[in-house]
Design a protein around this ligand. Structure first.
Ligand code: BV8
Ligand code: ZN
Length: 238
């Protein structure tokens, strides 16, 4: 299927307000495995059992071993051409909001500024007792890690069944409702409420551009589907 990159480029060029929703797929070409798409190496159930408050309560050491391995993997990763293209686009559009489901921090490293993190940040740790949060990039050797107050620390990410960070969905929904164009890149659109931003954009009359090598549940509703990888298509688009 020919890539409608030219048509998409014209829509983005004409846009005053651009919103972007990204998922794990945009970090795939930085060497970070996705969760669900082909090539994703998480057995969906296992991640679902792991990324829950219950899973953490049951076996905090096991969950921390998974997260610390993931942190070490991400620490070696670099932003790819897709991340960089989005940072470049932000500088050219008057009104730009990047909404991400990713917790790897690669958008920030690429230079994106207005980033709404819907699912938290793997580089943040939070105390389960006193609630104090801090950025911790160093390798955590004692698992589970402890707070100065003695409380057990948890990863600063949003698990299944947990509320998203205060105000995150509101900021994301506001950006999507106001957008002329919503670019949806690298997400299987299966996790809510994040995925709900796509039909919200469609109903608000935005041009929706999907960038994904595979179909998603919303492929039939988007304006333009670019069947390619984000590190290739986003630079072409921008
Ligand atoms: C909440 C953080 C409730 C940790 C994550 C039944 C129906 C509907 C909803 C639910 C339901 N049962 C439960 C729910 C709610 C649940 C949910 O949506 N479950 C799903 C599984 C059905 N949601 C929640 O629990 C949320 N909270 O609802 O709160 C509530 C309400 C009131 C009061 C109290 C509570 C919390 C959701 C957040 C969960 N945390 N992660 C961590 O990441 O370490 S979710 C996890 O999935 C990741 O964050 C990830 O970002 C997210 C979404 O995955 P994707 O990013 O889309 O990645 P995926 O692998 O799935 O897909 C990759 C895509 O990329 C594929 O399409 C592939 O084709 C493409 N791709 C591959 N390579 C490339 C590429 N694209 C471009 N280029 C490439 N090279
Ligand atoms: Zn504490």
């Amino acid at each position: 299927m020919p890539l409608n990159v030219n048509a998409a480029r014209a829509k983005v060029r004409a846009a005053k307000r651009v919103a972007v929703l990204t998922g794990a797929g945009v970090s795939a070409e930085s060497g970070i495995p996705t969760f669900r798409g082909s090539g994703g190496f998480w057995s969906h159930q296992r991640f679902e059992d792991l990324a829950t408050p219950e899973g953490f309560a049951k076996d905090p050491k096991f969950v921390w071993e998974w997260y610390e391995a993931h942190r070490r993997n991400i620490a070696k990763a670099k932003p790819n051409a897709g991340h960089l293209a989005l940072a470049e686009l932000e500088g050219r559009v008057r009104w730009f909001t990047l909404i991400t489901q990713n917790v790897d921090g690669l958008h920030d490293l690429a230079g994106s500024r207005n980033v709404v993190k819907l699912h938290g940040d793997i580089w943040v740790v939070r105390c389960t007792v006193c609630g104090r949060e801090r950025t911790e990039r160093a390798e955590l050797t004692e698992l589970p890690p402890r707070c100065a107050c003695g409380g057990m620390l948890r990863p600063g990410v949003v698990w299944f069944g947990e509320m998203l960070p205060e105000g995150a969905m509101e900021a994301a929904a506001e950006a999507v409702r106001a957008a002329d164009v919503l670019i949806v890149a690298g997400t299987s659109a299966q996790v809510y409420p994040a995925a709900g931003l796509i039909p919200l954009a469609v109903s608000a009359g935005a041009v929706v551009i999907e960038i994904n090598p595979e179909e998603t549940d919303f492929s039939s509703e988007v304006t333009l589907a670019l069947r390619g990888t984000s590190a290739v298509v986003l630079p072409e688009l921008v």
